[in-house]
Design a protein around this ligand. Structure first.
Ligand code: GTP
Ligand code: MG
Length: 174
């Protein structure tokens, strides 16, 4: 059987940007229009094959609501990878994403792999006027801070697997 490498991964980002929906799409290839806000955090796993390896993602999906903010360090402290998620239609969520990137670089493991993820791109594909965070602005942040960068839709599934495969390809496999 193939060697299994576990990757501890945490999702961070403002409330309602679609963190749990990204996980639901990745783990169950499903979507819900009225997903409940996460309370505290949720833990899920998913296995994928990358080259000759099995990668087991151990996923901590944190709650974005402000009242849970003090819990986040417990989940990112031991993480090898993080998805910092914002909503491409919500400028405030991008400001929050910048703060998360800064906090991770200051407080998380030194070699953590971070992906910046602009979600809900399906809304922008329908109507470009809904876009409130320019792709170029996010790319610039990703380049400056050494992050992977993706625009995704948990609703359509666009680029969701690519985020996790991108992380998996950057982790040294045993
Ligand atoms: P918290 O758990 O409170 O931090 O929120 P969250 O970031 O986990 O967001 P959640 O996945 O619960 O999604 C919030 C809302 O956005 C739900 O109504 C989802 O259906 C919707 N949503 C999530 N992803 C997408 C997407 O890619 N496109 C669209 N159109 N809606 C989305
Ligand atoms: Mg959630």
């Amino acid at each position: 059987s193939k060697p299994v490498t576990s990757i501890k991964l945490v999702l961070l980002g403002e409330a309602a940007v679609g963190k749990s929906s990204i996980v639901l799409r990745f783990v169950s290839d499903d979507f819900s229009e009225n997903k409940e806000p996460t309370i505290g955090a949720a833990f899920l796993t998913q296995r994928v094959n990358i080259n000759d390896h099995t990668v087991k993602f151990e996923i901590w999906d944190t709650a974005g609501q402000e009242r849970f903010a003090s819990l986040a360090p417990m989940y990112y402290r031991n993480a090898q990878a993080a998805l910092v998620v914002y909503d491409v239609t919500k400028p405030q969520s991008f400001i929050k994403a910048r703060h998360w990137v800064k906090e991770l670089h200051e407080q998380a493991s030194k070699n953590i792999i971070i992906a910046l993820v602009g979600n809900k791109v399906d809304i922008v594909d329908e109507n470009e006027e809904e876009r409130k965070v320019a792709r170029e602005e996010a790319e610039k942040l990703a380049e400056e801070e050494g992050l992977l960068f993706f625009e995704t839709s948990a609703k359509t599934g666009a680029n969701i697997n690519e985020v996790f495969m991108g992380i998996g390809e950057k982790i040294p496999l045993k």
